[in-house]
Design a binder for this molecule. Structure first.
Ligand code: GTP
Length: 597
């Protein structure tokens, strides 16, 4: 089809508002995938994604659509739905001319949606509002339309009412895509510039790169250069996504496709990088490329020390497919050998952990996540520290800086109070509150990232009965009055339990943490003191009393199944224990600091 008959679009939606269901319906309706070959939700094809019902990796699909007797080619580029991946979202938006803004008509606009709409507006995308789930009895499309108009300033007079589930409004959406979203510019004559919006590692073919041709054309066999990594390759295979890969000989400005070129790691073909020709190089790369910077770090230690080499292998393999994952070997007197790993955020961290355990069969102990501190030393050096246990000692440091984020919470007005209390209890500095509609407010705070890592999101959800949503972005580093809190078990410092806390919170945290550890660590055959200290000064102390462990004593009579059950339960409990000195410490203890309230 000619460039004027191409439309590139993405779907912006809050989790659960129906993006995948709608995408599937669009694919079905255009005959892109037959009903029988549809797996539930075609676009999210990682198992983990499907299980968690969230979109992690981007995918794309080309659809054929006949409108007023003319053939059109519609490229849907999927976007991940979580704030950890907002950079990926911004790159996939940059590959499109338009976006469907899908809002659940029984709910309303959420914080993350808003953030993505602003990103889309910055990228000059044409936005088509779609009110989904109108089949629900609680749907209020006119209220939600008004909300979108007020909050986003987007004209909703021609918003499409749809039920992705029931298949209502789907053909209106397809027509609107053709009518309202502008075609790509026809710049096929210019030197090649293609934007990478996703890449993944395939064990047989190496890295598969998903891209949008912005300028020029790319042919099979072309010698290409990735401008940010400055590496060059031959494009062995190129093609389109329909949504399965279909080989093609040439792709023109405006088109979306994939290529493989024996690239060995996704780090060499990063999202946001520009592909150009080796012999006819574009003068400037496309704007917006950013290096991924991990914001959250934690230690990963195999429960069984023999699994250390396997853990290294697994991390190396995952890294081939995940340019944002960082790791380096770490050894701890308490934990033995493991890795210090860096992640974009907490969700990213959980995904990696889960994959390591599930796909690589490892049993791991994860230590509490930490942010990256900047320590200004007395000798003038500034060191970055993402591991509390190796924080330069008090006598050597002049000050500590920590990362701050701006968070925006959207909430029904009933929960404003509880959410403000939450933010304030996390050292939040109030910035502003706006009523976006009569019943919903937007509250903005600046707070330390360290206070958000952990249960902030869970707290937000539970204090608002699930109705509030949030978005955050990094604003910069600032000095805080921070100190290191050590934990001693049985008289020994347990370095993975060390945390960095604000001075004013040290005593409360110390007390709460020792109490929590007392609950979590199973009683041993001897008395175990649990202490919190700042330097040499013990500020809180608890003791785990000795116990003779005889679980079977609880069993009455000869009920063998019950006995077996108990033994099995105990064995499972054992699995995730790390012997520290003579004391077995369970996984939960390492995360205790995150759950002190
Ligand atoms: P993420 O992948 O997490 O971003 O979620 P999503 O936005 O893709 O939502 P998904 O399509 O998975 O839909 C979420 C839930 O809403 C599912 O249980 C769907 O069956 C349901 N759903 C989607 N569209 C409709 C609709 O039009 N009507 C009703 N009643 N339910 C819908």
């Amino acid at each position: 089809v000619p460039t004027s008959n191409i439309r590139n679009f993405c779907i912006i939606a809050h989790i659960d508002h129906g993006k995948s269901t709608l995408a599937d319906k669009l694919l079905q309706m255009t005959g892109t995938v037959q009903r029988r070959e549809m797996k539930e939700q075609f676009l999210d094809n990682m198992d983990l994604e499907r299980e968690r019902g969230i979109t992690i990796k981007l995918q794309a699909a080309r659809m054929r659509f006949i409108y007023e007797n003319k053939p059109y080619c519609l490229n849907l580029i999927d976007t991940p739905g979580h704030v950890d991946f907002s950079y990926e979202v911004s790159r996939s938006l940059a590959a499109c001319e338009g976006a469907l803004l899908v809002v659940d008509a029984s709910q309303g606009v959420e914080a993350q949606t808003l953030a993505n709409v602003y990103l889309a507006l910055e990228n000059n995308l044409e936005i088509i509002p779609v009110l989904n789930k109108i089949d629900l009895p609680g749907a209020e499309p006119s209220r939600v339309s008004q909300e979108i108009e007020e909050v986003v300033g987007l004209d909703c007079s021609n918003a499409i009412h749809c039920s992705a589930k029931e298949g209502i409004g789907i053909s209106e959406i397809l027509s609107a895509i053709v009518q309202r979203i502008p075609p790509p510019l026809d710049t096929a004559e210019r030197p090649l510039r293609a934007l990478i919006f996703d890449s993944y590692y395939d064990a047989y073919r190496g890295v598969i790169v998903y891209f949008r041709v912005i300028d020029g054309t790319i042919k099979k066999g072309d010698r290409i250069v990735f401008m940010a990594s400055d590496k060059d390759y031959f494009a062995d295979e190129i093609g389109v996504l329909s949504p399965s890969q279909l080989q093609a000989d040439e792709l023109y400005a405006g088109e979306v496709g994939y290529l493989s070129a024996s690239i060995r790691s996704v780090a060499d073909a990063r999202v946001g990088d520009t592909i150009t020709h080796y012999s006819r190089r574009a003068e400037q790369s496309l704007p917006g490329y950013k290096q991924a910077t991990p914001m959250v770090f934690c230690g990963l230690f195999p429960v069984d020390a023999d699994q250390f080499p396997e853990l290294r292998d697994a991390l190396e393999k995952l890294q081939l497919n995940d340019a944002a994952l960082e790791f380096e070997a770490e050894s701890s007197s308490a934990m033995g050998f493991g890795f210090r790993c860096g992640f974009l955020g907490l969700l990213h961290m959980e995904i990696v952990q889960e994959r390591l355990e599930r796909e690589y069969n490892l049993t791991l102990i994860t230590t509490a996540p930490s942010v990256v501190y900047r320590v200004n030393c007395i000798n003038g050096d500034t060191v970055e520290c993402s591991n509390p246990s190796v924080l330069p000692e008090a006598g050597k440091r002049r000050s500590i800086e920590e990362p701050f984020v701006k968070i925006e919470m959207l909430t029904p007005k009933d929960y404003i109070g509880p959410l403000m209390e939450l933010a304030q209890s996390r050292r939040g500095e109030f910035k502003e509150m706006k009523f976006i509609t009569e019943n919903r407010a937007s509250i903005t705070y600046i707070l330390p990232l360290a206070e958000m890592v952990g249960d902030f999101f869970d707290q937000l959800k539970s204090r608002s009965k699930g109705y509030a949503s949030m978005d955050y972005s990094f604003v910069g580093y600032n000095e805080s009055d921070l100190i290191k809190l050590d934990i001693l078990i049985n008289g020994d410092i347990v370095d993975p339990l060390a945390t960095i806390v604000h001075k004013e919170k040290a005593y409360t945290v110390g007390r709460a943490l020792t109490q929590k550890l007392k609950e979590l660590i199973p009683r041993q055959l001897f008395k175990v003191p649990i202490q919190a200290s700042i330097g040499a000064k013990v500020i809180a102390s608890e003791a785990l009393s000795a116990m003779r462990k005889d679980v079977l004593a609880k069993c009455y009579g000869g009920d063998i199944t019950r006995k077996k059950k108990l033994l099995k339960k105990q064995a499972e409990g054992k699995k995730r224990m790390k012997a520290i000195g003579k004391v077995d410490v369970p996984q939960e203890a390492f995360m205790a600091v995150l759950k002190l309230e």
